[in-house]
Write a protein that binds this ligand. Structure first.
Ligand SMILES: NC(=O)c1ccc[n+]([C@@H]2O[C@H](COP(=O)([O-])OP(=O)(O)OC[C@H]3O[C@@H](n4cnc5c(N)ncnc54)[C@H](O)[C@@H]3O)[C@@H](O)[C@H]2O)c1
Length: 434
């Protein structure tokens, strides 16, 4: 494991609500003005050895993570607003309390010109772009930006994280299967090569770990997956697991664990931020819908339990409703049944804050992606499934969605990295006499 010495450059693709809340949060935490609530990397402990050993260090003392003081942010966005203006516009943080004190640091982060193509995000019309949709030129421009940032900011390592708008839905096609096909498609300006894929490819070519916070394919195509493994670059995705899906991956496993049946699960949201506006376009929503729908089926495994889960009506809706801004409200109505088939209902009304939930996940993904890279772990980081709605896994594997299985996997991976014993929860040794 290489040490976390020197500066870590964090490049966010997109400087909207999530990215500006992440950046502002790190600046506030660095100055001791606020706590990194929600960040496992910053706050949680990890148990080592037996329960009787009483060894539970903080994760950040156990594994060599980059210090927040060593992080330097950069970003791309088609809107020219600096991070201060972006944070103000996103309306997530209170200006008087949380933006003015760090305004200088935020104003310093001005977005680089985005590799942007309106065909992928129709609801955004802005011109801080590299001004071409020639894919080869876009790729080269991103690579130049990465290297210029590295030189100018004198950073030793980099991580990239997609915090940009959800792109329109596309399926994996011929252009995405092999690196040769992918390269040829770039030269042919193939419409199935999305800007997000060009950012991801640029990262991989530069040896920069990449995390994808949105549901679009991005780094999750065979050509880029294989290239990441081959080049030894850490990748993970897709789609931050924040509001309703977080709840689904806690309540779903509960139903399954208790062998309670399910007739239907209706999830609906109202939100009024720019993300909500982009997702109001049916083509962009379809990308999100796919990411949200797969979860229950994977958890409940209807083919194994057809009498319990063989006929589930699962619906997910996102409604753009400007008055709420980033303060999303998510309702879940769950129709379940128990002993002898008797019906019950469970209702959840989560009045959450989208970016307040997402920012700590983005921070952890940055810190852990950098850690994985220094530990020599290239390719898909399945142990980071904890953070994602649609975890990226090796071909042929079904993803693990249960939040607490994901947490166990994450912590066991950290133990494994540091040469500590795995915790199996067997615990026979506590009951052996003599
Ligand atoms: N709880 C959450 O907030 C949450 C949860 C899961 C996933 N996400 C995803 O994270 C992403 C960011 O969410 P947000 O609320 O910050 O959205 P946002 O609309 O506030 O910010 C996204 C930014 O990306 C920029 N952008 C679009 N295309 C770009 C490109 N090609 N290159 C660079 N920048 C580009 C937009 O101009 C915008 O400023 C979205 O895709 C969203 O679906 C958010």
């Amino acid at each position: 494991m290489l040490p976390a010495t020197g500066r870590l450059g964090v490049l966010t693709i997109g400087l909207g609500a999530v990215a500006s809340t992440l950046i502002a949060g790190v600046e506030l935490v660095k100055r001791g003005i606020a706590a990194p609530t929600g960040s496992l990397a910053m706050m949680d402990t990890i148990r080592l050895g037996k329960r009787t050993d009483d060894r539970s260090p903080l994760i950040r003392d156990f594994v060599p993570l980059a210090a927040l003081e060593d992080i330097v942010f950069g970003a791309w966005d088609p809107f020219p607003d600096d991070a201060y203006v972006a944070a103000q516009r996103a309306g997530v943080l209170e200006a008087g309390k949380h933006l003015e004190v760090i305004s200088e640091a935020l104003r310093d982060i001005r977005p680089m010109k985005a590799a942007f193509d309106r065909e992928y995000v129709k609801r955004i019309d802005a011109d801080n772009t590299i001004g071409t949709i020639n894919k080869r030129d876009m790729l080269n421009a991103i690579r130049e930006d990465i290297n210029r940032f590295k030189d100018e900011k004198k950073v030793d390592r980099l991580v990239m994280i997609w915090c940009a708008s959800t792109e329109v839905f596309i399926e994996i096609g011929a252009a995405h299967l092999t690196l040769d096909a992918f390269e040829a498609a770039i030269d042919a300006n193939d419409p199935t090569i999305a800007p997000s894929m060009l950012y991801a490819y640029a990262a991989l070519l530069e040896g920069v770990p990449f995390a994808n916070g949105a549901p679009n394919l991005c780094v999750d195509v065979p050509a880029l997956r294989d290239f990441a493994t081959h080049n030894g670059v850490a990748i993970s995705g897709k789609d931050f697991k924040t509001g309703q899906t977080l709840i689904k991956t806690v309540l779903g496993p509960m139903l399954r664990a208790r062998m309670l049946g399910l007739r239907g699960w209706y999830s609906t949201n109202i939100l009024g931020n720019r993300d909500g506006e982009v997702l109001d376009d049916p083509d962009n929503f379809k990308t999100k819908e796919e990411s949200k729908l797969g979860v229950l089926e994977n958890i409940l495994q209807p083919s194994q339990f057809p009498e319990l889960y063989g006929d589930v009506y699962h619906k997910v809706r996102i409604n753009y409703y400007p008055p709420r801004g980033d303060n999303k409200e998510g309702w879940d109505n769950i129709d379940l049944f128990g002993w002898l088939g008797y019906d019950m209902q469970l209702k959840v009304d989560f009045l959450c804050r989208d970016s307040i939930l997402a920012a700590p996940l983005a921070l952890d993904l940055v810190l852990f992606s950098d850690l994985a890279q220094r530990a020599g772990m290239g390719g898909i980081q399945e142990w980071l499934s904890f953070y994602y709605k649609s975890p990226q896994v090796a071909p042929g594997l079904h993803p693990e969605h249960d939040l607490f299985v994901q947490l166990t996997k994450l912590k066991n991976t950290l133990r494994w990295m540091m040469g500590e014993d795995q915790i199996t929860h067997l615990g026979r040794e506590y009951y052996q006499s003599g």
